[in-house]
Write a protein that binds this ligand. Sequence first.
Ligand SMILES: Nc1ncnc2c1ncn2[C@@H]1O[C@H](COP(=O)(O)OP(=O)(O)OP(=O)(O)O)[C@@H](O)[C@H]1O
Ligand SMILES: O=c1[nH]c(=O)c2[nH+]cn([C@@H]3O[C@H](COP(=O)(O)O)[C@@H](O)[C@H]3O)c2[nH]1
Ligand SMILES: NC(=O)CC[C@H](N)C(=O)O
Ligand SMILES: [Mg+2]
Length: 520
Amino acid sequence: MAQGPVLVVDFGAQYAQLIARRVREARVYSELVPHSMPVEDMLAKDPQAIILSGGPASVYEPGAPGIDPKIFEAGVPVLGICYGFQVMAHELGGDVDRAALGEYGKTEATVTDSRGILAGSDDEQSTWMSHGVAVKQAPEGFEVLAHTDGAPVAAMADDKRKLYGVQWHPEVKHSPHGQELIENFLHRVSGLKDNWDPQSIIEDQVAAIREKVGDAQVICGLSGGVDSAVAAALVHKAIGDQLTCVFVDHGLLRKGEVEQVKHDFVEATGIKLIAVDASEDFLTALKGVTEPERKRKIIGEKFIRTFEKAQRQVIEEAGAQGKEVKFLVQGTLYPDVVESGGGDGAANIKSHHNVGGLPEDLKFELIEPLRTLFKDEVRAIGTELGLPDEIVWRQPFPGPGLGIRIIGEITKERLDVLREADAIAREELSKAGLDRDIWQCPVVLLADVHSVGVQGDERTYGSPIVLRPVSSEDAMTADWSRVPYDVLARISTRITNECRQINRVVLDVTSKPPATIEWE
Ligand SMILES: Nc1ncnc2c1ncn2[C@@H]1O[C@H](COP(=O)(O)OP(=O)(O)OP(=O)(O)O)[C@@H](O)[C@H]1O
Ligand SMILES: O=c1[nH]c(=O)c2[nH+]cn([C@@H]3O[C@H](COP(=O)(O)O)[C@@H](O)[C@H]3O)c2[nH]1
Ligand SMILES: NC(=O)CC[C@H](N)C(=O)O
Ligand SMILES: [Mg+2]
């Protein structure tokens, strides 16, 4: 890489990786680092520019994370966002205090000086805010570029030292001019050239995987989903036949999925695939378990034990007797990591089976070439690698499968009912041409809830099915999809007619946040 990275310094924001992603969208390579990294180590990476992220703390409180002011003297352009902006103002002698008015959500900013990072801006700009602390006075040497009702200094610049800050969040899509601000900072102010596209991540990853693996044997957990298919294709490009994919049937899959994955994936990629039926094993381990995090941990562990058991077969088929499988490839993406509490200072929302659900005695070394990326970036890489649209545009399906869509104990009978309802919903949504409009539509069985119905003049006392169609760009935030009523009506009628014990179908109309996409 001719040009060093843009460093995004993470102060514990849910959205820090989103900043890195927006920088890549501006065609510049970027990396995320924790705020606890010494500034010398940051500068040793030869950063071309630095962005300080938001975060939950308040700079004036004891123990709030700060940053060594040497970072502002290194001659590297720095942009502070929200908490990062407050840290910059605080460290350089500005006045930062509790805001007279907190601002959350859509906020109008008055731009008094449209240059530098705000070049091209109108006098009024719609922004997305989330702060209860404000910069009351900018440090010496800074010009104030914008203000809002709650932020007397909403944007500031010191062109001489190339230091910039904004109170709002340019990285979220709800700031309509946010990407312009980020591009202004990178290209106009810092003078960076384009140096990143999906092709370059492929080249970098292929080289890194080759070097790491050497002549060892590698397996890849393959689900038929886009993430593992793209991870497998990348690794296959790097090491060819040293890779064997292992598809686990854990008994929690959807109708027709086993046959479909076996056939479609091999046909599209020509990569070796072993399918393992471990359903008895998984269902036995899950017997009696209702707590979502317990389910996730059991499923995460069982996956690894299944991969371990599959080793022998992999070695035999590869004709690599005497060798061991050293590496496990997973299609882990950044949302899996941050929700599992893996971001610096980020909360644990749920343990994704492939991150927070892994057992402690994991013997394989992990290869996760997509670990810092978001789904839409992964889809671009998949297309670049030549994978067909049916794989690249497949809707996400969680690794723990229907296991986290039965609210209550998982039993074979309940799985059969849910599988049927899910197949009906998928069929009708596809028929209505909604596959690309909808990010995914979890179908959830509230197994322990019962309500009264009347079917064939008889009283029934059955469980409800929840439809959860959502739209999203990266699964970090989501909204409920406005599916046409006639499509919903068809799904409801068919599910209650065709699925035993279901006498009610309900629609989930909650965004993320406050809810998550899956119910568990
Ligand atoms: N049935 C399975 N067999 C083997 N590995 C699996 C299975 N389900 C999930 N995995 C592994 O766990 C990882 C995470 O699952 P996840 O559902 O997030 O990704 P995906 O299935 O590849 O893509 P998508 O999110 O589009 O469904 C996968 O990339 C894969 O490595
Ligand atoms: O492979 C996975 N293992 C998991 O443990 C898991 N949990 C949630 N998901 C998927 O992640 C996205 C975000 O889901 P949530 O809003 O429910 O957190 C959605 O696309 C979910 O389907 C998972 N995928
Ligand atoms: N989103 C943020 O970075 C918030 C910064 C700080 N905690 C505030 O409330 O102002
Ligand atoms: Mg999946």
